[in-house]
Design a protein around this ligand. Structure first.
Ligand SMILES: [Zn+2]
Length: 237
């Protein structure tokens, strides 16, 4: 089915955290809970992995948060659920995937090394406050000349691309840091930064993967939404 990959020859899957259920009234022993307007609110959340690109958007697997096992910290809890899911996907669908794309919450050596051990490359968003090696490479990229400028992207007047190679603490192989600075037709600007372990992939392909995964114009709202529920999980006994 994915003989020619889903984006420029690569079979790409995306992971996303999501909420599956929510109620003030109904709950079970595996629910997560939080307090909304003074009332207990029960819900389940987890991660979903699906194919992105030029193919049916197949859901490959999903995994629930388990409040008895996973950290109450939202990002850590989501990452450990994602690791369980990834290990199952790799066991059930050997050699299916080339690249896994995910949010900034997994921009760390644990996630990256796990993917590398399965022989898959990563594309991961970089958040504003990240670890030391990322701060350094961001500063270097900001001082550097752009590697290329595109004026042919649909809906965007100009894309300026900066790229640097760097070593992330805890990851043995070098990685790519790529920043896309975007200028829209209404003169608004935004930027998106990623790291990747794949050095063969063209910058255009990386940008196609980003556009397939994130609605780049609404990216700031997305991060606000995630921030809102961060650290608000309490395991329900
Ligand atoms: Zn429940």
């Amino acid at each position: 089915m994915f003989e020619n990959g889903t984006i420029d020859g690569y079979t790409v899957a995306a992971v996303d955290g999501t909420k599956f259920f929510g109620s003030y009234l109904k709950h079970c022993g595996h629910c997560l809970s939080t307090i909304i307007k003074g009332k207990d609110y029960f819900y389940h959340s987890g991660v979903v992995m699906s194919i992105v690109g030029d193919a049916p958007k197949l859901v490959l697997d999903f995994e629930m948060y388990d409040p008895k096992v996973d950290s109450a910290n939202k990002d850590e809890g989501e990452q450990s659920a994602a690791m369980r899911m990834l290990s199952r996907v790799m066991a059930n669908h050997k050699q299916l995937l080339d690249v896994v794309v995910y949010d900034a919450l997994v921009c760390n050596s644990v996630w990256i090394n796990t993917c590398l051990s399965y022989g898959i490359d990563i594309v991961v968003r970089v958040k504003k406050n990240n670890n030391k090696s990322l701060k350094q490479v961001k500063a270097l990229a900001n001082k550097a000349e752009p590697v290329t400028v595109w004026n042919d992207e649909k809906g965007i007047s100009e894309v300026t691309v900066y790229e640097k190679t760097f070593i992330m603490a805890g990851v043995e192989q070098p990685m790519r840091f790529v920043k896309f600075a975007l200028k829209y037709e209404d003169h608004k600007r935004s930027q998106i930064m990623i790291v990747s372990t794949n050095f063969d992939m063209s910058l255009k392909t990386i940008f196609r993967i980003i556009r397939a995964r994130w609605d780049i114009e609404s990216a700031p709202q997305e991060s606000k939404r995630r921030q809102g529920v961060k650290n608000s999980l309490i395991a329900c006994s």
